[in-house]
Every structure is written in structure tokens, then in C-alpha cells.
Ligand binder design. Structure first.
Ligand code: FES
Ligand code: CO
Length: 339
């Protein structure tokens, strides 16, 4: 066990020295208004609140009698416990105990554990331990030539690793998403390369033909999209999907919050360099539909934890990125969500 994991409050059976020190997508920025929010990371409850300085994450547990701080409210830049009104500043220090006089001393132990917290790409990110790596780069989300939006949350009753592996997968596009992202008549994948670096695995260009969907069509009309997929953290990756003819490109970052070993929440910051005038809701509904198609498959896969041994399941050449992902997180020592 790693010394940086001792104080996180993560239950023993979920101890994972990699995931405890990762930035996790706790919630979307838009979800944290003037009310605090409760999220669960590796079965640890976390209270997230916003004040004038920004967003802050505290262990969702009042040291007085164990009430949930996230059920309280924000007042004078502080988080107020709903049970007896103790006030915590954004460093987690209790600075007011209403039931005692203002001259009475506040016990030094009256504080809540503070977690690393930052806001970027429309997401509030929390790290329970000490961040080992910065947030992945997603410059297209912040580039004015692109239009950003955040899709999700999608709750999935499955291991986060299974969600990431599904994201690495090309050969399901023609089946699970047939008609939307491909077609079974064009299921054969071209040869593609997979590259491995110390901190990521990624593909070269993978062109996929998507025929026009209309009845009576012979399916020869359509669009070729060039995909590049990249996994840059154990529970985060990104793809770009470029129309080969026009250059119009959609970027999707997939980030997974591990709630417990077999439950997760997915957030997807998305960015596009076209159709800026089209209502974002159309793009969100499309992504919702695509995710809904993946979800039931992921939730019914066995074994539920991703086998890293490469023997339990049968890999073939279309699974190159998935194999690279398994090897990479195996070498890293990711324990939760794997077997
Ligand atoms: Fe929080 Fe008493 S339990 S103030
Ligand atoms: Co899919």
C-alpha cells in the first residue's frame, strides 16, 4: 500500500494506488450551482461546492456527527453542515460552531479532509490522493475554432475499464451502431497501426465507410470517416472522427468516474469544428443514442472485471488497441476493475 493512499477514506477492498492518485471526472461544471453536490469516487463520498474562489472538494463527512456536508449549503463562502450548522471553509477547516460562544475555541480536529479539485473542459476533476499526472491535453475543447459541449452523465453498471475498452473498439461500430456509425456490409477493418508510449496508447488513421442510410440504397454512397483513437489515462481516452472529404472533425474525450468497482459514470467533453450554428442538443441526443447502444452490451459482459491476461478472452488483429490498453494498465498496476 502506498503512503499517499492512507488518508483518502477509500475502503480497503478498493485500494488502488493508481486510481486513487488519478484525476477523476467528479461531475460536470454545470451541475455545481449554488448548491453543493455529492459524488462517490471509489465508494468514498465527496462533497463539491462552489464559492467565489472556484470549486472545492471535501470529504462528504462532518467530523461532528458524520452528517453529509453535501446536504448543507454555501453561506459566506463556506460550506455549512445541515445537522448543527458547523461552517467549513474551502480548506476544510471548521471556522464556526454555532452552538458554542464566539469566544469558545474551535477544536483543532474540527476539519474535513480536502481533496485536490480543479475545473477544466466543462468538468470538475477530483483526485483523492496526490495527482501523478496532469489532466490530459484537449486543446480542441478550448480552441475558438471548435464548438465545445459536455455530454453525459451516463451511469453504467459495469467496471470503468470495460467502458474504456469499448471505446478502443472499432469492430463494433458496424454492429452495435449499424446505420449510425457504420454498416455490417462494410465490417472489414483496414490495417491500422497502434503506437505505445510510456503515457498513452493510440492508433494511426482508421478509415471507416459509413453508407447513406435510406431504403433501396445499394449502400455505395456514403462518407468515409477517419478515426484516430488514443487512451491517455487508465480511465480516459479521446478520439477524433474526421470527414475525409471535408475535414470536418468531431473530437470526443471519454472520461470515466469509478464510483465502485462495478459501477461508473461517464462524462464526454466533445468538440467540433463545423455546424457551430446547429443546436447543441442535437449533438447531445446523438451521443446519448450511441452511448445507450453501447451501455447494455458493457453491462452484460462477463467477466465483469477486465481480464488483463490476454488468455481469458480471444483477441484478434482488430483488437490491437484493446490489447495495448490491457498491457499498458497491467504494467501500471491498475487493480480495480481488472482481473
Ligand atoms: Fe455536522 Fe453536527 S454533524 S454539525
Ligand atoms: Co460504441
Amino acid at each position: 500500500m502506498n503512503e499517499t493512499t492512507i488518508s483518502t477514506g477509500v475502503p480497503t477492498h478498493l485500494r488502488d494506488s493508481v486510481l486513487e492518485n488519478e484525476w477523476h471526472p467528479a461531475c460536470a461544471s454545470r451541475e455545481v450551482t449554488d448548491q453543493p453536490v455529492s459524488v462517490t469516487i471509489l465508494e468514498e463520498r465527496v462533497a463539491i461546492f462552489r464559492n467565489r474562489k472556484g470549486v472545492h472538494a471535501l470529504r462528504d463527512l462532518c467530523i461532528h456527527r458524520g452528517a453529509m456536508l453535501s446536504k448543507g449549503w454555501v453561506q459566506n463562502e463556506r460550506l455549512v453542515c445541515p445537522y448543527h450548522g458547523w461552517q467549513y471553509d474551502d480548506g476544510g477547516q471548521c471556522v464556526c460552531i454555532p452552538a458554542q460562544g464566539s469566544d469558545d475555541r474551535i477544536p483543532p480536529r474540527a476539519k474535513a479532509t480536502k481533496y485536490h479539485c480543479q475545473e477544466k473542459y466543462g468538468i470538475v476533476w477530483v483526485c483523492l490522493g496526490e495527482p501523478r499526472a496532469p489532466l490530459p491535453d484537449f486543446k480542441e475543447f478550448e480552441d475558438p475554432a471548435y464548438r465545445p459541449l459536455v455530454c453525459g452523465p451516463y451511469v453504467v453498471e459495469a467496471a470503468g475499464t470495460r467502458v474504456i475498452e469499448n471505446f478502443t473498439d472499432f469492430a463494433h461500430l458496424m454492429y452495435v451502431h449499424g446505420g449510425l456509425l457504420g454498416h455490417p456490409d462494410y465490417a472489414e477493418l483496414p490495417e491500422f497501426e497502434v503506437f505505445k508510449e510510456e503515457d498513452r496508447v493510440y492508433t494511426g488513421d482508421v478509415p471507416i465507410f459509413q453508407p447513406v442510410a435510406h431504403s433501396g440504397s445499394d449502400h455505395r454512397e456514403g462518407t468515409t470517416y477517419v478515426y484516430v483513437k488514443e487512451i491517455f489515462r487508465p480511465l480516459a481516452g479521446r478520439l477524433s472522427k474526421r470527414d475525409a472529404a471535408t475535414g470536418q472533425t468531431l473530437w470526443i474525450m471519454l472520461t470515466v468516474l469509478p464510483v465502485s468497482e462495478k459501477r461508473c459514470v461517464v462524462y464526454m467533453p466533445v468538440s467540433r469544428n463545423y455546424a457551430h450554428d446547429v443546436d447543441d442538443r442535437q449533438f447531445m441526443e446523438f451521443q446519448d443514442t450511441v452511448f445507450e447502444q453501447d451501455k447494455w452490451i458493457i453491462e452484460t459482459q462477463k467477466p465483469e472485471l477486465l481480464p488483463l491476461d490476454l488468455q481469458t478472452e480471444l483477441n484478434h488483429k482488430a483488437d490491437r488497441l484493446s490489447v495495448a490498453y490491457r498491457r499498458w494498465i497491467n504494467g501500471m498496476g491498475v487493480r480495480i476493475g481488472t482481473t
